[in-house]
Design a protein around this ligand. Structure first.
Ligand code: NAP
Length: 293
């Protein structure tokens, strides 16, 4: 989408879901001094009170339609399976000039829901996904630097108003991020491979090791490599359930490729085929060194 990026400012920004991502975005925009007021919304009042105490939001509302009233920018930062109820709940409260965006880790499902719910306001919706996060959850884990020099993918629709797109782009740039654009389906395929598959593998590996008789020794002697590889298995199970199931087709496809490759490696080890094993490891090392420095 061709647009001119203007500086971002907001008189009232509403964040629905003031957790790791929503809270970090609020902190980053505060750091940039770009919002007159930040309003939070969520299910648990204690979490929202904490967000006020931490200075992440100015105030909160428990009802989503009330929370978005008067906001010129609305960011939906709840788990994927909570998006439907939040989008449905906000429609009645949206101001005519409001821009709506989200941060969900899969985009096809959110776009489908937005199409069904937003009606004539679909042109004001700009789907997005920050490629930044940690294995922690909740507002206490949020921090202003989370998006600094990290990517944010926006997946605008045919109907998206270019001015609304430019505003969301400018918001993320003010938060320190580098924005790129991608088609919805392509986003879901790329993220299934680069993020969703590694999380599935980490969860599964930890469980496999935990079920072995020697598990005590395994975890006692787990060193740097194990910790690096499995850090993301400490991520929130509900959030990752939502991501796997909401991006099911792309996840299953990449999982099939992975299973086939793993079976080939297993065969090579069983056959004592050193050449095949070293070929697999060399190809992987060269690829990682080239792309990840
Ligand atoms: P989080 O820390 O658990 O925050 C989620 C927030 O949503 C919580 O503050 C929760 O507060 C609120 N919430 C949950 N259900 C709600 C509902 N029905 N209505 C209103 N608020 C609700 O999770 P997160 O890591 O920030 O993830 C949020 C979104 O960002 C997800 O869609 C995820 O796919 C996406 N994302 C995550 C990462 C990552 O690495 N974590 C990276 C990129 C994108 P209450 O419990 O008080 O309701």
């Amino acid at each position: 989408m061709t647009t001119t990026t203007a500086a971002f400012s907001s008189k009232r920004l509403t964040i629905v879901g003031v957790g790791l991502i929503g809270g970090s975005l609020a902190r980053a925009l505060r750091r940039a001094n770009q919002c007159d007021e930040i309003v939070g919304c969520g299910r648990d009042e204690a979490h929202l009170q904490k967000a006020v105490e931490l200075g992440v939001i100015d105030r909160y509302e428990m009802d989503v339609a009330t929370a978005v009233t008067g906001a010129d920018m609305v960011v939906v930062a709840v788990p994927l399976r909570a998006m439907v109820s939040v989008l449905r709940g906000m429609v009645a409260g949206l101001s005519p000039d409001a821009v709506i965006t989200d941060v969900g880790s899969a985009k096809g499902c959110v776009v489908e829901e937005a199409r069904a719910i937003l009606g004539s306001r679909l042109c004001d919706f700009v789907p997005g996904h920050p490629i930044a996060g940690t294995e922690q959850s909740g507002v206490e884990a949020s921090f202003a630097e989370l998006f600094d020099n990290r990517g944010v993918i926006l997946t605008p629709l045919e109907e998206t108003d270019p001015e609304k797109y430019a505003r969301v782009r400018a918001m993320w740039e003010a938060a320190g991020a580098n924005v790129t654009e991608m088609a919805v389906l392509h986003h879901d395929e790329v993220l299934a491979a680069t993020s969703h598959l590694p999380h599935l593998l980490a969860f599964s590996l930890v469980n496999t090791l935990a079920s072995l008789d020697e598990r005590k020794e395994i975890f006692d002697f787990a060193a740097g490599g194990f910790r690096d590889f499995t850090r993301i298995a400490s991520s929130d199970p509900v959030m990752w359930r939502d991501i796997c199931l909401e991006n099911r087709d792309a996840v299953l496809e990449v999982l099939q490729h992975f299973n086939a490759d793993l079976r080939q490696l297993e065969d090579a080890v069983r056959d004592n085929d050193g050449e095949a094993v070293v070929n697999v490891f060399t190809r992987a090392k060269e690829t990682r060194d080239r792309f990840c420095g």
